[in-house]
Design a binder for this molecule. Structure first.
Ligand SMILES: Cc1cc2nc3c(=O)[nH]c(=O)nc-3n(C[C@H](O)[C@H](O)[C@H](O)COP(=O)(O)O)c2cc1C
Length: 396
């Protein structure tokens, strides 16, 4: 039987799945559902101080889903490339009620799951007060959210590349927090790995990589934003590659564990993150779209995979793909034994490959597409655009 348990910052998780700080972790009852749904841990929705709340007691959430799954001609090619555009800043609780809710979460969950408080101060005073309040709770772990993409002053500064702010916050919290903590970083910074290393040096017990980007979509009929009108959190499964990149790069450099988050849609993504070096993997958007119980399916998927591949535990998997990632200079670029072949029975002569071959290497003959091997760069573009997958990269 495959062992899915992991240890992160000295805390045991029964599996690597953690609900990321977001709508599904707004309060104790919701977090309990997350654990009942199969996750091993929950990161509570971030606590903000007054400065992050834009003058409101609680800025209510607003969502819009940009779903590209029906993109004409390629219904099966972009299965999970939607964007969940969201405006949702902080917990609805003030400091006192947040601490109470963390305790209530622990009371409801008990030893079935790890409860992680998420703090997002904007000033030293806010951080200090938050640390003090959380010390008095039953939280198992804390996540310092210095990454909010659009709302908190801190996130904006970090997004603007203010890397030097992070170590100061970490040192302050190290001094004031009695609990182990991970630091959640923004991908909208100059180099998240440099930032992660700084955060490690300043005393973090782990890093969470990473928050989402921020973005917007414009309706050309109205010349106005689609949805709720402002720039908001912009992410979704299409960002998985971005997340994998930063985790793979941080893995070789850090001596503290990584909690991966960004773009998880299915159990394979959790394995992917393990393979580039993550210890736990968090999910927000997939839980919001697929429900709390999806974690159970993910666990089944991970277990079946591990048993099929005869992996005993996740330590055996962690980081094994990171070492297979080539530097771009090492990618094979000369044709040598690589060529493109058209499977004639699959070609419907639509000509899509011709318009996407910028080397004029493809013509449409009587029996379908024909490749001029002398002109072909072996770039793989025709393989990607063909609706029937008629072109194939061959070796030999
Ligand atoms: C609606 C929504 C609210 C979020 N709120 C928070 C938050 O309060 N604190 C935080 O650290 N991250 C927050 N996030 C970011 C998520 O925790 C997560 O980092 C991000 O969504 C990427 O993961 P995903 O691709 O699985 O959604 C939020 C994300 C969403 C979609």
């Amino acid at each position: 039987m495959a062992d899915l348990s992991v240890e992160f910052a000295g805390i045991n998780f029964k599996n690597p799945i953690v609900l990321a700080s977001a709508t599904p972790t707004m309060n104790a009852k919701m977090m309990k559902k997350g654990i009942e749904g199969g996750a091993a841990g929950v990161v509570a929705k971030s606590l903000f101080g007054e400065s992050g709340k834009m003058g409101r007691k609680y800025p209510r959430p607003r969502f819009k889903l940009f779903d590209y799954r029906g993109y004409p001609g390629y219904p099966d090619r972009l299965p999970h490339s939607f964007t969940l555009h969201s405006l949702e800043e902080c917990s609805s609780f003030d400091y006192e009620d947040y601490a109470k809710d963390i305790n209530e979460t622990k009371r409801l969950i008990g030893d079935d799951g790890v409860v992680i408080a998420s703090l997002s101060g904007a000033t030293d005073e806010e951080w200090e007060k938050m640390c003090e309040d959380i010390n008095g709770t039953d939280a198992d772990l804390v996540e310092l959210n210095i990454s909010c993409p659009f709302a908190a002053e801190m996130g904006i500064k970090m997004g603007a590349g203010a890397v030097d702010l992070a170590p100061g916050i970490v040192k302050l919290c190290k001094k004031n927090l009695a609990l182990p903590f991970s630091v959640k970083l923004s991908p909208q910074t100059l180099d998240p790995v440099v930032l992660a290393k700084e955060v490690e040096k300043a005393g973090a017990y782990g890093v969470t990589l990473s928050a989402r980007l921020s973005g917007i979509m414009i309706d050309i009929e109205t010349a106005a934003p689609i949805g709720w009108g402002s720039i908001g959190g912009y992410g979704g499964p299409y960002l998985i590659g971005y997340g994998l990149k930063w985790v793979s790069k941080a893995y070789g450099v850090l001596n503290i564990p990584i909690s991966a988050v960004l773009g998880v849609w299915d159990w394979e993504d959790i394995i992917r993150y393990q393979m580039v070096g993550a210890t736990t993997t968090q999910s927000a958007a997939a839980i919001m779209l697929r429900g709390y119980n999806i974690s159970k399916k993910w666990i089944d998927g991970i277990k079946n995979f591990m048993e099929r591949k005869e992996y005993k535990d996740l330590d055996e998997i962690r980081g094994i793909a990171a070492e297979n990632i080539k530097s771009t200079k090492d990618v094979e670029r000369e044709p040598k034994d690589v060529y493109v072949e058209i499977e004639k029975n699959k070609c419907n002569k639509c000509g899509i490959c011709v318009r996407s071959c910028f080397y004029d290497a493809i013509t449409i003959g009587k029996e379908g597409a024909v490749i001029d091997q002398n002109k072909c760069e072996r770039c793989g573009m025709c393989v990607e655009v063909c609706p029937n997958r008629a072109p194939k990269i061959r070796r030999g």
